[in-house]
Design a protein around this ligand. Structure first.
Ligand code: SF4
Ligand code: SF4
Length: 644
């Protein structure tokens, strides 16, 4: 017996079933699944540039006879939906399992859509584990199901199942029987002449799946009292079992197709039947569509967010279970970019110039929050670039604030690239900032084409980002160190002034990637309590409630020097160069500090200066017209224009 998360158990189940190929684009809460699979013996696993590509690679491997695991978060299913719907026509070769990991409560997502609807719409069976043991079992068995019915099979998990560790009994690997590939255009070439007969195959398959669902061993009834019956699945089952110990439960292991006869029998055996599900009405709608009366909750079940035993009891008008309140006065931990984050100054400067900033999906979305407050939109992967083009179209011919798209390197590879191709093709303008921190940071620092790191550390090649941009015909491409305030300010100013489309690549590794620390910075006696440095939102900088003076937490500060460039009073210096600090290892200017950009000019200590310098050019803040010109000068008034 071992403890495994749902994600680890899905990987184990796939491995036990003999899956040989794993494909994914990382996305919380699904990411660890492929990472766990990649570590197993006898498998090949890769990060793809996006979920559509992942599903297509997986479908190709399946067609050629391999058992395949494709994993993605719920919004990734949107991206993969195009091949998914047609894969439900072609069917599979080797068994194909697709993990759709939902995020009710939106802990790390832009919406909380319910992947059950995809199963129904694509007519792809969906198994819905409630813990890690079921995740392993259902995944392992899903391969046989996939090959028996010639269809991909969904495993649907939610964040609670994906990330909670529960006991599992891992087993040995069974090598799947080799399936020889033979050309079969009528099955695999989905032109209308072949797709029409495959649609009929699909319809017949659905009939067979509905019959199978009636006997599905993963659906079960837990008979208790006859007054209340609850239909539920996945993590909702755990909450119902805890909250309603007297209720009879129809626990669905297969949530599409539903076992119509079994559900009708269950409904007839209880006085009132309820459906409990998270952030959705999918199950209730489907059960009603079977002609079953679904009772209304006496006090209503939330339509959004994760459930809990308390929420389930509240829906039935029952008292919440006992629980301990959090102690009063705990310090708040608002989400913020990390100390030393290379995205910070870009957002600070975009706010300062009052740009309309179309943002994207990644840790840099935190640039939308105070005190940076520098993002106007964030919708989906790649949307920053295409929405910026839309803004430019609508604002054409008017006096308007500069329009700037901000996108990370991995998101750019995912779908920003195709958005940019479209903008170039249509002769769009504006400025695109690519925040290249050399990793897919938000999901845990995975590789991507622009850092050239593959999941299983196989030899690869790093795509030349600037080369790709120039090959698209973008003439104004610059590369800037985002720790260098003057260089950031100048590049943005020049780029937005140009008529033509421009791209700035802000390149510096995520501080969590190499975990390089320099001597911390410190605030000296010259601090006038102006508050400018606090507006950077670095978690290491605090403001004294009484004096207003800044202070730096040496345990958090990584010594990036960004804040020192915003202090007009030269009050912030590296502790390595303070009068009693001694060493000259850490200088105040980013250009003289360690960097691993472009081959890694690490630890270039060129001497220290107690006077903050900017970008290693010898210029001081005064040369730039002040460090925070046009920038309120206090934390609350961090930026002007529409963001204020
Ligand atoms: S910017 Fe300088 S003077 Fe202003 S609060 Fe920060 S340390 Fe003090
Ligand atoms: S040097 Fe300044 S901006 Fe950088 S981590 Fe330390 S306190 Fe934060």
């Amino acid at each position: 017996m071992e403890l495994m998360s749902g994600n680890e158990a899905i990987a184990q189940g796939a491995w036990e079933a003999g899956a040989r190929v794993g494909v994914a684009y990382p996305g919380t809460p699904s990411t660890e699944t492929l990472e766990a699979f990649a570590l197993k013996e006898g498998v090949y696993a890769e990060w793809c540039v996006n979920e559509k590509v992942a599903l297509e690679v997986g479908l190709g491997a399946s067609a050629a006879g391999a058992r395949v695991l494709a994993t993605m978060k719920h919004v990734g299913v949107n991206v993969a939906a195009d091949p998914l719907f047609t894969a439900a026509y072609t069917g599979v070769g080797g068994g194909m399992v697709v993990l759709a990991a939902d995020d009710p409560g939106m802990y790390s997502s832009q919406n909380e859509q319910d992947s059950h609807y995809y199963a129904r719409a694509a007519q792809v069976p969906m198994l819905d584990p409630a813990d890690a043991a079921e995740a392993l079992l259902f995944t392992r068995e899903a391969y046989g199901l996939s090959e028996r019915f010639d269809v991909p099979v969904f495993i649907r998990s939610s964040v609670r199942v994906s990330h909670t560790k529960t006991p599992v009994e891992p087993g040995p690997r069974t090598e799947a029987p080799h399936r020889e590939y033979a050309s079969d255009p009528a099955k695999w070439v989905m032109m209308p002449a072949f797709a029409k007969p495959r649609r009929k195959v699909q319809i017949k398959r659905v009939e067979a799946l509905r019959a199978w669902a009636e006997e599905c061993p993963y659906n079960r009834v837990e008979r208790r009292g006859g007054a209340v019956g609850v239909v539920c699945a996945g993590s909702a089952y755990q909450h119902v079992a805890e909250a309603l110990p007297d209720a009879s439960i129809f626990k669905l292991g297969c949530t599409w197709p539903l076992p119509a006869r079994a559900l009708r029998d269950f409904a007839a055996s209880v006085e009132a039947l309820y459906v409990v599900e998270e952030a959705s009405e999918y199950l209730a709608e489907q059960v009603r569509a079977l002609g079953i009366d679904v009772a209304a909750f006496p006090a209503g079940l939330p339509l959004d967010g994760e459930l809990s035993p308390g929420a389930v009891r509240a829906a039935f008008g029952l008292a919440a279970p006992e629980h301990h309140e959090a102690p009063a006065g705990l310090p708040a931990r608002p989400p913020a970019l990390c100390p030393g984050c290379p995205h910070r100054l870009v957002f600070k400067e975009l706010a300062r110039m009052k740009a309309i900033v179309t943002g994207d999906i990644g840790c840099y979305t935190l640039g939308a929050l105070p005190p940076l407050s520098a993002m106007d939109t964030c919708v989906d992967m790649g949307a920053s670039v295409s929405m910026a083009h839309g803004f430019e179209l609508a604002l054409a011919g008017t006096e308007h604030r500069p329009v700037v798209a901000v996108i990370g390197d991995s998101t750019f590879a995912h779908s920003g690239l195709s958005s940019l191709v479209s903008t170039v093709y249509n002769r769009g303008g504006g400025t695109v900032c690519i925040l290249d921190n050399r990793t897919t940071a938000m999901t845990g620092r995975q590789g991507n084409p622009f850092n050239g790191e593959t999941l299983q550390k196989r030899p690869s090649r790093e795509l030349d980002m600037e080369g790709v941009l120039r090959a698209l015909g973008i003439e104004d491409v610059r590369t800037v160190d985002p720790w260098d305030m003057k260089a950031v300010r100048r590049a943005l100013k020049e780029a937005v002034a140009a008529d033509a489309l421009s791209v700035i690549v802000f390149r510096r590794p995520c501080v969590l990637l190499e975990r390089v620390r320099e001597a911390p910075y410190a605030v000296g006696e010259a601090c006038t309590a102006c508050g400018a440095c606090v507006t950077l939102g670095c978690p290491a900088i605090a403001k004294d409630a009484e004096t207003g003076r800044a202070s730096i937490d040496a345990a958090l500060c990584i010594g990036c020097g960004q804040c020192s460039q915003y202090c007009a009073f030269s009050a912030i210096s590296s502790s390595a160069v303070l009068p009693n600090g001694g060493t000259a290892d850490a200088a105040a200017s980013p250009s003289t500090r360690s960097r691993s950009v472009d081959g890694g000019l690490r630890a270039e200590a060129r001497g220290a200066s107690a006077i903050p310098r900017i970008s290693g050019t010898g210029e001081t803040l005064a040369d730039l017209g002040g460090p925070v010109a046009g920038c309120g000068g206090n934390a609350a008034g961090a930026k002007g224009g529409a963001h204020e």
